[in-house]
Design a protein around this ligand. Structure first.
Ligand SMILES: Nc1ncnc2c1ncn2[C@@H]1O[C@H](COP(=O)(O)OP(=O)(O)OP(=O)(O)O)[C@@H](O)[C@H]1O
Ligand SMILES: [Mg+2]
Length: 259
């Protein structure tokens, strides 16, 4: 079974960077092949992974909605759409990337959304892991893109607002009865000691922290130089912290299998 990991959290809290570092970890610890899905309309997972994004799923669907898709004789509309969707997959050695992009053009996207889900579902058996980067906020939760995941990584920065958003996300996951097996709260760009005011807010909301990731100058430099975060050195602070998180996630999963 493919293990699916999805990112959530307030804007700018490190969802995309940490998704890349999670993929980096998986690739080096027997977790390949990985399917990376960029479900943020402001797509930049490709950049973090050092992969060039060609056509996005949104662009293909827009062509479909506007009947601009040339359908070869003998092919159904759906089969033809699936061929085009396959062309959005950017392949590399151990990780493939699908970029959703924006919903473009006019028209209703309900049918394409359903097609999209079946597209991803069809791809999944080929991969050991699915890592989905999401847009900031709660949209993807209520839209059902994050409907069924094994591990939901809820990111926050070291701020009361970030932590409150974690609370809202945890609440929404329960309210919408989303099929999320495990939730992990991660404080990014976090100092060695969590500030008492941030800690008090976490306490008030009854939220425990599962991992902290320190500010890492290398993450910033890799961004500046448009370098793939997959190439981050193993002894970087952020890589080490993500390793601790992944070991925690892995050991819990392992224990579940044991039971
Ligand atoms: N641990 C870290 N140390 C230093 N810089 C970091 C760290 N994590 C993320 N950053 C930087 O913070 C910025 C925001 O990170 P990122 O784009 O990953 O956040 P995001 O949650 O995906 O944002 P958005 O909501 O806009 O998609 C980036 O410039 C990134 O390089
Ligand atoms: Mg992002």
């Amino acid at each position: 079974m493919t293990v699916s990991i999805a990112m959530a959290g307030k804007g700018g809290t490190g969802k995309t960077s940490v998704a890349c570092l999670i993929i980096r970890h998986l690739l080096r610890h027997g977790g390949a092949p990985v399917l990376a899905v960029d479900a943020d309309p402001a797509a930049n997972l490709g950049l973090g992974l050092g992969l060039d994004v060609g056509k996005t799923v949104g662009q293909v669907l827009a062509g479909f909605n506007e009947n601009k898709l040339l359908i070869p004789p003998g092919l159904s509309k759906e089969a033809s759409l699936n061929i085009r969707l396959n062309e959005t997959i950017v392949e590399s050695r151990d990780v493939d990337l699908v970029t959703m992009g924006r919903g473009e053009g006019a028209g209703c996207y309900c049918f394409p959304n359903h097609v999209l889900k079946s597209f991803i579902d069809r791809l999944l058996p080929n991969y050991r892991h699915l890592v989905m980067d999401n847009e900031a906020g709660l949209e993807h939760l209520s839209r059902g893109t994050t409907e069924s995941v094994d591990d939901l990584i809820i990111m926050s920065n070291h701020s009361v607002k970030g932590v409150r958003t974690v609370g809202t996300i945890v609440g929404l996951v329960g309210e919408l009865k989303l099929n999320v097996r495990r939730k992990w709260v991660v404080l990014n760009q976090c100092p060695a000691e969590v500030d008492p005011l941030v800690a008090a807010e976490l306490d008030r909301l009854g939220i425990g922290i599962d991992a902290t990731i320190p500010e890492d100058r290398l993450v910033i430099e890799f961004d500046w130089h448009r370098r793939s975060l997959l190439e981050m050195p193993g002894d970087s602070l952020a890589v080490e912290a993500v390793s601790v998180l992944m070991d925690k996630i892995g050991s819990i999963r392992f224990n579940e299998v044991e039971i």
